[in-house]
Design a protein. Structure first.
Lengths: 220, 231
């Protein structure tokens, strides 16, 4: 299948609900942990090596066609924060809607039927890459890119950060994204039990706090 | 890739006029317009006007709080389970136009949990004059402006003013105090909109929303008169 399908899927304008989520950046901005481009870069670097690696592994495994029930349970086990679990399933459902309209087929229909309340987003992402004719490496790259891309655009909106600087951060992190995607794909080829389980406890804690804020710009 | 056009629906993927079980879904009407023009007040007044004869629900798209949803709850215009708030990540126009997935989730969830529904009102967060709803989300849209925002807004045009299915010019009671010329607004609106309707409202009285409610009832009658969907 075509390489351009990957660009369609990875495009920030792909209508799958991501624009309303900051990937933890809103809480980090409020706490003063992200104040500028350097802070954004450090935040994204940490996120890539932890939740990004875990998400990329799940996405790669789903793109390989591993059992979605096993993968969804693996995602649950790797997502201790109830707020992030809910956000991941909601985003999974929103991505599924966009994916089925974009690359219709029996694989995605079956996954949607199996998880009417939404499977975890990385699992749906991998299944979507598969439906688009792309393999586990591409699915993992998408997951890694989203891991940094979400906080970057959110920080532009939250801090008024110079958009050129934010984009330069993403470009500087590109080799890290490649490395994370490669590790995730290698693990996914070994099977579900070999999937990475790296986590970022501070992201879990601040996600729970953020979910209780009465006033916020982003859903997570 | 195998393209299976006969695939079954588990949740619709676009603006299908029917629900997964083959029944007709609710009519969806979007309300957009600048901050402070009276979108939420119009929604509240519509709910009070229509709730005794129609099964209603509301989706709000707040910009950074749950203020609009909470206003509707506080005013008790509908039971809380009939009001859903969608978060928009600082981009209210994105959530109603470019990426409608969260709003589609909300309208479908309302139909699932409190349906069957006749009508769902989708209220946008306050935005600018270019904000319009996707046809994938709503069947018709109302653009709400007010006289205090300046009587030159209809002349300025923009997609909301020129293309909305109904333009509401609200707060007409304030016109004398802010120096707005209602006649000029009506003439400019007619010039921009051709045959599309304009309603002048003041929500100070309970009956003020009447012209909007009448228009909604007409749309609903047209919606239910469409041939029954095939399951």
């Amino acid at each position: 299948m075509t390489r351009s399908a990957l660009l369609v899927l990875a495009d920030g304008r792909f209508p799958a609900g991501g624009h309303a989520h900051s990937g933890g950046a809103e809480a980090a901005v409020k706490a003063g942990r992200i104040r500028d481009a350097a802070g954004l870069e450090a935040f994204c670097l940490g996120r890539l090596h932890t939740t990004g690696l875990t998400a990329a592994g799940l996405a790669a495994a789903a793109a390989l066609g591993h059992d979605p029930y096993e993968l969804d349970a693996a995602a649950d086990a790797r997502t201790p924060s109830p707020a992030l679990r809910a956000a991941s399933r909601r985003l999974g459902r929103q991505l599924m809607r966009a994916a089925r309209a974009t690359w219709p087929g029996p694989g995605l229909d079956a996954l949607a039927a199996a998880f009417p309340r939404g499977a975890h987003q990385p699992v749906v992402l991998g299944a979507t890459a598969r439906a688009a004719g792309r393999g586990p490496e591409d699915a993992a790259h998408c997951a890694a890119y989203e891991t940094a891309g979400g906080p970057a655009t959110a920080t532009v909106r939250l801090l008024g950060l110079d958009p050129y600087q934010a984009t330069a951060v993403l470009a500087r992190l590109a080799p890290v994204m490649d490395e994370v995607a490669a590790r995730a794909t290698a693990a996914a080829r070994e099977g579900v039990d070999a999937l990475p389980a790296a986590s970022a406890p501070l992201l879990d804690i601040t996600a729970e706090q953020h979910a209780a804020w009465p006033v916020r710009l982003f859903a997570s | 890739m195998h393209l299976d056009h006969g695939h079954t629906h588990h949740g619709s993927v676009s603006a299908d006029a029917h629900r997964p079980d083959g029944t007709r879904r609710a009519l969806r009407i979007g309300l957009g317009g600048p901050v402070g023009s009276g979108k939420t007040a119009t929604v509240a007044a519509l709910c009070r006007h229509l709730r005794d004869t129609l099964s209603l629900a509301v989706v709000t798209n707040d910009i950074y709080t749950r203020e609009d949803a909470e206003f509707l709850l506080r005013e008790a215009v509908l039971p809380p389970e009939r009001i859903q708030a969608v978060e928009t990540g600082a981009c209210p126009h994105t959530a109603i136009r470019d990426d409608i997935s969260a709003n589609l989730e909300a309208v479908e969830e309302l139909e699932d949990t409190v349906g069957p529904l006749d009508l769902i009102l989708v209220e946008s967060g306050g935005d600018n004059l270019t904000a319009t709803f996707s046809r994938g989300l709503v069947d018709a849209q109302i653009f709400v402006i007010d006289v205090a925002g300046g009587d030159d807004i209809p002349r300025k045009g923009g997609p909301g003013v020129t293309t909305a299915d109904l333009l509401v010019v609200n707060k007409t009671d304030l016109a004398p105090y802010v120096g707005s010329d209602l006649g000029r607004m009506a003439r400019d609106a007619a010039e921009q909109r051709g045959d599309l309707p304009v309603a002048f409202t003041s929500l100070r009285s309970a009956e003020g929303v009447g012209p909007v409610a009448d228009w909604v009832r007409e749309r609903l009658a047209a919606w239910t008169a469409l041939p029954a969907p095939t399951a």
